[in-house]
Design a protein around this ligand. Structure first.
Ligand SMILES: Nc1ncnc2c1ncn2[C@@H]1O[C@H](COP(=O)(O)OP(=O)(O)OP(=O)(O)O)[C@@H](O)[C@H]1O
Length: 807
């Protein structure tokens, strides 16, 4: 590589002025005293030797086209240095050599002034030979055709690949710059919003002070008015116009007019005037405090198609990520809200609170995709416990025919209550809009999944690997299947087929059908159930789950051997033998629990308890949120849960431990609870249609399959639960590829899982198992972290003897 680099630099440093000295200086005299005498006059930056090399390449060989094969050598050296497979680099080297010959012959045919440095003696000789035999036009035609054919058949892939890499590099760089800019804008906007909010608060205080001052003046004025004997009622102080404490019964007669001193105009400080800027909007109110409408989060958008779409898998298959254009654009991008409806709702809320004698000093609202959250800050003397006891009454009092009202009392850490109320003009959330954000495009999560949009319109993206398992429950038709499609689609848009695999269990037989098309890319095979790409039979589902448990046990052994604690560390250490993540999706746990009960609960619990560290994660959905399906033990091991609309408070408690899901609106309106959240968060799940799912799966299914098959371990027989005993049986049973693998490692005297993967086209797990069997049978040494194993059998004869004895 260094030699190629030096030659390229020397050729680029070629200077015609050096020629007279060099032609008289043969190679063997380069270190002589005569050479030293001319050294001072050499122009080439690499001295005498550089000049000698450049003259040789340019004058004697092929001229400047020699740079092409030199670049070919450079690529070859680089791949050697990185210990990567050499086949593509060798092909490129042959291509560059042939192209250099062809180009220098072409330049040899031309009469251009620079033709001599572009063709060299060899090029000119080829040109004169060709023109003598087939004439000038014939020679031109032949060299052109050869050049085109060579490029088309040998160099095209490399050229397009290089262009793609370069453009991906620039796209990444520009995305980073855009992200930094967006981040700065976001921070600035946040700061402005914070300032505006503070100003609004200050304004509220100023207004409150002015109001109190006015009240006092009015009271003083009323007192100083001489009493009129026949009009005792007028002695009553005038009630302040704005207060929730204003508890005068509606039937009371209006106070008679009193001549009040002229009210001083309220001087609004300059800074308060600024608040009337559009963000945040303020809804003025004649009764009760003004309402601030929070602007909500504006997500930084990003074009997902600008990332590198064409990638290579570990087994060197080209894979293309699905384009964002397979997803439909939102029909209506109108982000406006109905301010009148908000003001009316706020008035209704205050009216109800007034009945309970609760004073509100500040109101703010955030308008989400389907509901608005009203945050009501209470006067300091109002006790939170009182609010808690009123929670149900308030919900009933505000109840609308469509439901959807949820009370959060108190909002964690605040003396405020939150009331979520459906808005009159819902804003649909579609899959495309939640994927086209910086947050998703530039995420560094192991398994990024989009959950939807929060009430503040923030796109919620979480890492399934950190969750580490997800339970989804809700009544039929509430949006579970759409949510599962959303989760799987998020992973398909961000992960390559060698990074993640799915085991799909669908007792309902219809929901996950479209994913059949992913069989050559994302779905591993399970021995004994090859015909069931998506597992639909409950008994087979048990076997599939047991097979995953085996895989988990096997992965633990691999981590132990490598001396690491989790998949992240393992993949960092064993880059070429990285483990893929495995996501197990069960759509309808109830159907499985009814037919297989304990048999299914056991592997699910085992996986939920242990599989996190080895990159196996569960997504389990059910439409029956009852305790016989979501048992205590399952619940305890699924700290992250999603509840869609359910029929009763009891169901909501079964899923989330709190009520609230019974008040949801359906159609993707959900509550998400994770281990790190104190209260569930309301999120609108994006919508993705079956047509879109079909388009994505067809797009992936049409691509060339991976070379290595991914096969999970054979599940233990269904008699008894013997997971660990199954492991011992597996030790005794040798893989069908065992002998072939043994011959391969002995022939190459090299033992690595990636060699078995590549040469025998085995999946990662299976290759790992075969390697373990080779170790147990004394063919290779035990693995020691990242150090390669030794091959203990030194020749093929000894191996054949050993194999015969094994049988
Ligand atoms: N996120 C969403 N946005 C808009 N509409 C939705 C959303 N999710 C679901 N829907 C609507 O609700 C319908 C039913 O959704 P889905 O099939 O996901 O329900 P489900 O909970 O899986 O029902 P089941 O348990 O019967 O399979 C969808 O066809 C769609 O019209």
């Amino acid at each position: 590589m260094l030699a190629a680099l030096f030659c390229i630099a020397a050729v680029l440093g070629f200077h015609a002025g050096d020629e007279p000295y060099i032609v008289t200086l043969p190679w063997y005299e380069i270190f002589s005293s005569a050479a030293r005498a001319v050294a001072g006059t050499i122009h080439n930056p690499f001295g005498l030797f550089g000049a000698r090399v450049s003259v040789f390449f340019i004058r004697v060989l092929l001229g400047y086209p020699m740079l092409l094969p030199l670049a070919g050598f450079l690529v070859l050296g680089w791949r050697l240095f990185r210990t990567k497979p050499l086949d593509p680099a060798l092909l490129f080297l042959v291509y560059t050599l042939l192209m250099a010959l062809d180009l220098s012959a072409m330049f040899g045919l031309s009469a251009a002034p620079f033709a001599d440095v572009m063709s060299g003696t060899t090029g000119r000789m080829m040109a004169s030979f060709l023109s003598t035999i087939i004439g000038y036009p014939g020679a031109w035609a032949l060299t052109t055709v050869i050049g085109v054919l060579l490029t088309f058949y040998m160099g095209w892939e490399f050229i397009t690949d290089t262009i793609a890499r370069v453009s991906a590099f620039f796209a990444k760089a520009s995305a980073t710059v855009r992200m930094i800019r967006a981040e700065r804008t976001r921070k600035r906007r946040e700061k402005e919003e914070m300032q505006a909010r503070k100003k609004a608060e200050r304004m509220a205080v100023v207004l409150e002070k002015e109001r109190k001052k006015r009240e006092k003046k009015e009271q003083r004025a009323a007192k100083s008015t001489p009493p009129k004997p026949k009009a005792a009622a007028v002695e009553k102080p005038v009630k302040p116009p704005v207060s929730l404490r204003d508890e005068e019964p509606e039937s009371a007669p209006p106070p008679p007019p009193v001549k009040l001193p002229a009210i001083e105009p309220i001087v609004i400080p300059a800074e308060v005037e600024e608040i009337q800027a559009p963000e945040p909007a303020i809804v003025r109110s004649e009764e009760g405090p003004d309402m601030i409408i929070n602007p909500g989060v504006r997500e930084a958008e990003a074009d997902l198609d600008e990332r590198k779409l064409k990638v290579r898998t570990h087994d060197h298959v080209q894979y293309r990520f699905p384009s964002i254009d397979l997803l439909q654009r939102p029909k209506d991008e109108d982000e406006s809200y109905d301010e009148r409806h908000l003001a009316e709702t706020k008035d209704r809320l205050l009216e109800k609170l007034r009945i309970y004698k609760i004073e509100v000093i500040r109101i703010a609202t955030t308008v989400g995709p389907r509901v608005a959250l009203f945050e009501l800050e209470l006067a300091p003397e109002v006790k939170i416990s009182r609010i808690k006891s009123l929670e149900n009454d308030l919900a009933m009092a505000m109840a609308s025919s469509s439901g959807g009202i949820r009370i959060i009392a108190p909002i964690p850490g605040k003396n405020a209550i939150g009331v979520e109320i459906p808005i009159s003009k819902p804003r649909p959330v579609v899959m495309r809009s939640v994927l086209q954000v910086e947050k998703f495009k530039n995420n560094t999560m192991a398994l990024p999944i989009v959950l939807g949009k929060s009430i503040s319109n923030e796109v919620v993206v979480d890492d399934l690997a950190a969750m580490p398992h997800l339970l989804i429950a809700g009544a039929t038709g509430a949006g579970k299947s759409v949510a599962i499609n959303v989760l799987l689609t998020s992973l398909l848009y961000s992960k390559k087929p060698d990074e993640v695999k799915f085991v799909l269990i669908d007792p309902k037989r219809v929901e996950l059908k479209p994913y059949k098309l992913l069989k050559d890319h994302f779905l591993p095979k399970i021995p004994g159930m090859e015909e069931q790409i998506i597992v639909t039979d409950p008994q087979k589902a048990v076997s599939a789950l047991r097979s995953v448990v085996r895989e988990m046990e096997h992965r633990y052994e691999m981590l132990e051997k490598c001396g690491v604690r989790n998949i992240g560390e393992y993949n960092r250490k064993m880059k070429d033998e990285a483990m893929f993540y495995l996501v197990v999706v069960v759509d309808e746990l109830a159907d499985l629990m009814i037919t297989a009960g304990r048999e299914v609960e056991e592997p699910i619990t085992r996986l939920a308890q242990m599989a996190r560290a080895v990159g196996i994660h569960l997504i389990v959905a059910t439409q029956r949120p009852s305790v016989d399906v979501i048992t205590g033990i399952i619940k305890a091991n699924f700290p992250s849960r999603i509840a869609f609309q359910v029929a009763s408070k009891v169901d909501s408690r079964t899923i989330l431990d709190v009520s609230g899901a019974e008040q949801l609106l359906g159609s993707g309106d959900m509550l998400f609870q994770s281990a790190r959240m104190s209260k569930p968060e309301r999120i609108q799940c994006p919508f993705i249609s079956l047509t879109e799912v079909d388009a994505i799966t067809e797009f992936i299914g049409d691509q060339p399959p991976l070379k290595t098959e991914c096969i999970l371990p054979e599940p233990p027989s269904s008699n008894g639960n013997g997971f660990s005993s199954g492991l011992d049986q597996d030790r005794d049973r040798r893989d069908a590829m065992f002998e072939e693998a043994a011959r391969l490692v002995v022939l190459h005297q090299q033992a690595s899982v990636s060699l078995l993967q590549r040469r025998l086209r085995l999946g990662f797990s299976r290759a790992g198992r075969v390697m373990d069997q080779l170790e147990r049978n004394g063919i290779v040494s035990a693995g020691d972290g990242s150090k390669p194993r030794d091959v203990l059998v030194k020749n093929e004869d000894s191996l054949e003897l050993l194999l015969r004895n094994l049988d």
